[in-house]
Ligand binder design. Structure first.
Ligand code: IVH
Length: 665
């Protein structure tokens, strides 16, 4: 074939594939079989490999991903990527409607499913996708173009050659989420807690080939500058998006005229929620008429013309089978509810903490009870209540244990908690080992709780230095049931790599009582290496702001114990880094070593991002204001923390001051 004939054929194949994708994803009405689709696709692949110079940038074959990146570039949004305020009940829906009606006489609203993923911005130039970005802090996001190009429901080329920005949700379907977790379980990898986390984790992969395999989807719901396209309502925006080739929720997006109609739409969404192929966590309400939206305007943070209604946390019923007591690394005893497995908010759960004796007595939980479970803050499962009307007559009241369930030592009680006082209790050791490998400490990928427990029980681990000796047992480990060559090699590699962590991780992982992630970081920055810290006197430690007498004593006690020194010497011999790698320069910044408290709502940066920024510059964030606080950052509608800060004469920064200081660092 001549070049122009091949080019024509390539164009034809791409058109056929795009048409088929549009019918499949957008219209939900396929007109060709999977086999026909595959034939087009394979022919295109063949022609592109034979004539690489004719490969088009918007070819659907580029969805498989490309070269891995070393980091994501930052991108500035053309218009800030805002989100709506959240509301949780009917009264708040009525108030929203009333607020709108003070400005607009007969409003119409769109009621759209609130997709539970992460928002993304897609930029098209002359109809071709040129950039995709995360929301980030609303002003600045990350460039995820390569990853988004792999999402099959994102059109790489629009049906019209226009310049446009489109916003929508990047999400993972329930089906893809389940398959992904099955695969991860097989490979001994950590499971994702829900489809939202899985989507966020997949979109932030530096290697787009990994993203391509994750089965992400995109649902379009917003055009930032609709008037540029002659659009007059949000409903028209949604129509136009569909026409351009985007998947919209056209079957479920509804119109409503008052609070009652909104509530009816939300009830309807709630009733079909479980049967949808993806997770939704509420409904998004928007004033339909764009001229009305303009009249309503914005607060300093959010649009006044829309709001996000969140479904109440889902509660499910199950039967309590056992109350199991576990021993933490400090010896703390925790009663845990073990119940029949249930799906709650996207994941399968089998246990929830019951905290302590008082909690169990207050809830009056008994083995055999029917209990309701929900996810607190959508993450951690909790027991909501016991269904007393379903309690069996022969049920037995909860009773706290008196002895450690592992070493049988008599428990002691401090405040509301019981503790096993035996420092050699194997359970405390296991928890200490698990903690060493955890995210806050050495962050060793693949070292889940169960593996650590197995390795401890098999005698491979006695103290934390033994992790670095595991490579000498590689062959034995590989011969054990459930430990394949690949997983053992990966595990040993990630353990070995953890030797190069900065000091604060090791310091946290040592498990010194009362020295958690934040204190460890502060100490690492101050002392620069472990020897300096070990040589610090009690008086010196206690004179440091943020270190009280209790922490200073715990640090001294830890380093005064010869067994601990022996472990540290072994770690040194295995080549574990003992130096702080956080740049020294940041000690001179506006943040290093200082303690910050945030209060009120921030407009241009989320609280989590603000905390991350402060901590990455060596600062510490805490939740309450005290004499030890250096700076209180005050957003809109600050709470009592602001008053307290003024009372104590603490430095106060506005959000603007904060952003300025950030840019000075
Ligand atoms: S519109 C100005 N529509 O929920 C905000 N958002 O606060 C424009 N979301 O962060 C967003 N489904 O990530 C809109 N149909 C929908 C949505 C939706 C989910 C997310 C979005 C945003 C939050 C709303």
């Amino acid at each position: 074939m001549q070049d122009d004939k091949i080019k024509l054929r390539i164009d034809e194949l791409i058109n056929n594939i795009n048409k088929a994708s549009y019918e499949y994803y957008v219209l939900d009405m396929p007109t060709i079989t999977d086999q026909e689709y595959d034939d087009f696709y394979n022919e295109l692949l063949y022609l592109e490999s034979k004539y690489p110079e004719l490969k088009r940038d918007d070819s659907p074959t580029s969805r498989v991903g490309g070269e891995a990146l070393s980091k994501f570039e930052k991108v500035t949004h053309n218009t800030p990527m805002l989100s709506f305020d959240d509301i949780f009940n009917e009264d708040e829906i009525i108030s929203f409607d009333e607020r709108v009606k003070k400005v607009i006489s007969n409003p119409t609203y769109t009621v759209e499913p609130k997709m539970d993923g992460l928002s993304g911005s897609l930029l098209y130039k002359e109809g071709i996708l040129v950039r995709a970005a995360t929301r980030g802090n609303g002003m600045e996001g990350e460039d995820i173009t390569l990853n988004v190009k792999t999402i099959k429901s994102v059109p790489l080329k629009l049906t019209e050659p226009i310049d446009i920005e489109v916003r929508g949700e990047i999400y993972m379907s329930k089906k893809s989420f389940v398959s992904l977790n099955i695969e991860r379980e097989k490979n001994g990898e950590n499971l994702f807690a829900n489809p939202r986390n899985a989507a966020a984790g997949s979109v932030r992969q530096l290697d787009s080939k990994v993203t391509a395999k994750r089965g992400l989807d995109f649902m379009a719901y917003f055009i930032p500058n609709p008037s540029d396209y002659g659009i007059k309502t949000q409903a028209e925006s949604l129509e136009y998006l569909k026409k351009l080739g985007f998947v919209t929720n056209y079957k479920l997006n509804k119109l409503a005229h008052n609070a009652n109609e909104i509530i009816a739409c939300i009830d309807e969404l709630g009733s079909i929620r479980d049967s949808l192929p993806y997770e939704i966590d509420g409904a998004v309400l928007k004033v339909n008429d764009l001229a009305d939206e303009e009249r309503l305007g914005y607060t300093s943070r959010v649009p006044k013309w829309g709001i996000a209604y969140k479904f109440p946390a889902k509660e499910v019923l199950t039967t309590l089978r056992e109350i199991k007591f576990t021993v933490g690394r400090t010896g703390k005893i925790t009663p845990n509810a073990i119940f029949d497995p249930v799906h709650v908010a996207g994941s399968l759960v089998t246990k929830a903490t019951l905290h302590n004796e008082d909690y169990c007595i207050e809830k009056d939980v008994r083995v055999g009870d029917v209990i309701s479970i929900r996810k607190a803050g959508d993450v951690i499962p909790e027991v909501v209540e016991v269904k007393l009307d379903r309690r069996k007559d022969d049920s037995v009241s909860f009773e706290m244990i008196n002895n450690c369930p592992i070493c049988n030592t008599k428990l002691i009680k401090k405040d509301s908690h019981h503790f096993c006082p035996n420092v050699h209790c194997p359970a405390r050791k296991i928890e200490g080992l698990i903690y060493f490998a955890s995210k806050d400490a050495m962050d060793i990928e693949g070292l889940g709780d169960e593996i650590v427990e197995d390795l401890f029980n098999m005698g491979y681990l006695n103290d934390i230095s033994d992790f670095y000796k595991l490579d000498t047992h590689k062959d034995t480990l590989m011969s054990l049931e459930g430990y394949g060559e690949k997983s053992v090699t990966n595990l040993i590699d990630s353990i070995s790599n953890s030797r190069f962590n900065s000091l604060e991780r090791l310091l946290c992982g040592l498990g010194i009582k009362n020295v958690g992630k934040r204190t460890a970081k502060m100490l690492a920055i101050k002392y620069r290496n472990l020897d300096n810290l070990m040589n610090a006197s009690y008086d010196e430690l206690v004179s440091i702001k943020d270190i009280g007498e209790t922490i200073a004593k715990c640090i001294k006690d830890y380093f005064d114990d010869d067994k601990n020194i022996e472990i540290i010497n072994k770690l040194k011999a295995y080549g574990v880094n003992m130096e702080c790698l956080i740049e020294k320069a940041i000690e001179d910044t506006n943040f290093a070593g200082k303690t910050f408290v945030l209060t009120g709502s921030l407009t241009n940066i989320t609280r989590d991002d603000a905390r991350d920024k402060i901590e990455s510059l060596g600062g510490i964030t805490t939740n309450s204001v005290s004499k030890k606080t250096d700076v209180v950052i005050v957003g809109d509608a600050p709470g009592s923390k602001y008053d307290k800060a003024k009372e104590l004469g603490i430095t106060i920064w506005t959000e603007e001051d904060f952003i300025n200081k950030l840019s000075n660092n």
